[in-house]
Design a protein around this ligand. Structure first.
Ligand code: 5AD
Length: 320
């Protein structure tokens, strides 16, 4: 059932005049492979400290004007319990690359959250040595998110002067080997990106192969070197999601927050997506976690969960 495409075929598909048949096919593959469920994940942004210098990201370390925060372990566990109480079954703990959160501290948090709630725990805390990923897996971490961001090694290097695509992909392969449900993903509309790049992005997801893939439009942040860039196209982003579904029928593919910011009101769910994440970060911290500019509403964990469930039902799908 898994489709195989060459890079050239993917470029041709991405550039089609009429993409409607591909959306329909992606929707059908989604229905057959993962059903009508839309998984709602709680996203908690535990620290905005970051040692990296990613050219697109509002949390990049050279930003000395940005107030930095770390949630305390008590605050983190308490937010997790609140999410669990209103129906969440998965929590994603996300942060910049913050060495304060050592594997030991993260592992204890994962253990505590799992013991108290039984939720699946996903981490998105950046690149680590293999031994640290192994330790966190042993501590009970179920899933790990680490987007490859772009599969063009030269563009990768320009955007991340402190690292390489090779190193990123090595981390993803390590996560996979260690038995994590492994998530990657990329941005659509990065300056210098072409349809060829996007085809390579899709083939990279398939080659890992990823269990999850977050595909979102690039959004220029005013306090980064890419401030003058053009925002990524939501239609092209949805095309990438649909092709990811054909390449990886059983993958978990979220409607990314960035895609919602670019005006998607759920269309992506009829073209392959089956996951949505909702921030549960306390308001005082939420405003300091602007990876990209987004006017997000204040956090209200129960109300926003209920609202999402209703939106999903209105699409004819089943919230979980
Ligand atoms: N625009 C869109 N997405 C971004 N991300 C980071 N910065 C931006 C931006 N300016 C995405 C990256 C990262 C995820 C957490 O957010 O893909 O992996």
């Amino acid at each position: 059932m898994r489709a195989e495409f060459t890079q050239g075929e993917l470029v041709e598909l991405l550039g089609r005049e009429d993409f409607a048949p591909i959306y329909a096919q992606a929707d059908q593959v989604r229905a057959e492979a993962v059903g009508d469920t839309v998984h709602i994940r709680a996203l908690l942004e535990i620290s905005n400290h970051c040692r990296r210098v990613c050219a697109y990201c509002g949390l990049r370390s050279p930003r000395t004007d940005l107030p930095r925060y770390r949630m305390t372990p008590e605050e983190i566990v308490s937010a997790a319990c609140e999410a669990h109480a209103v129906g969440y079954r998965t929590i994603v703990l996300q942060s910049g690359e913050d060495p304060w959160f050592t594997p030991k501290i993260l592992g204890e948090l994962v253990g505590e959250i799992k013991a108290r709630t039984g939720m699946a725990v996903t981490l998105g805390c950046g690149e680590m040595p293999r031994e640290d990923y192994a330790y966190l897996r042993q501590a009970g971490t179920d899933r790990y998110l680490l987007k490859h961001e772009t599969a063009d090694p030269d563009l990768y290097r320009r955007l991340h002067p402190d690292s390489t695509l090779e190193q990123r992909v090595a981390c993803l392969r390590t996560l996979k080997e260690l038995g994590y449900e492994t998530g990657s993903g990329f941005m659509v509309g990065l300056p210098g990106q072409t349809l060829d790049t996007l085809a390579r992005d899709l083939l990279l997801l398939a080659s890992i192969p990823c269990d999850m893939a977050g595909i979102g439009p690039f959004l220029p942040h005013p306090d980064t070197p890419l401030r003058d860039g053009t925002p990524g196209d939501p239609e092209l982003t949805r095309r990438c999601v649909a092709l990811a579904r054909l390449l990886l029928p059983t993958a978990n593919l979220p409607a990314t927050t960035a895609l919602t910011v670019r005006g998607d009101n759920g269309q992506v769910f009829s073209g392959g997506a089956n996951v949505v994440m909702r921030k549960i970060t306390p308001n005082s911290y939420k405003r300091m976690y602007e990876i990209y500019p987004a006017q997000l509403p204040d956090t209200d964990i129960p109300a926003q969960r209920a609202q999402l469930e209703e939106q999903i039902r209105n699409l004819g799908r089943v919230p979980l």
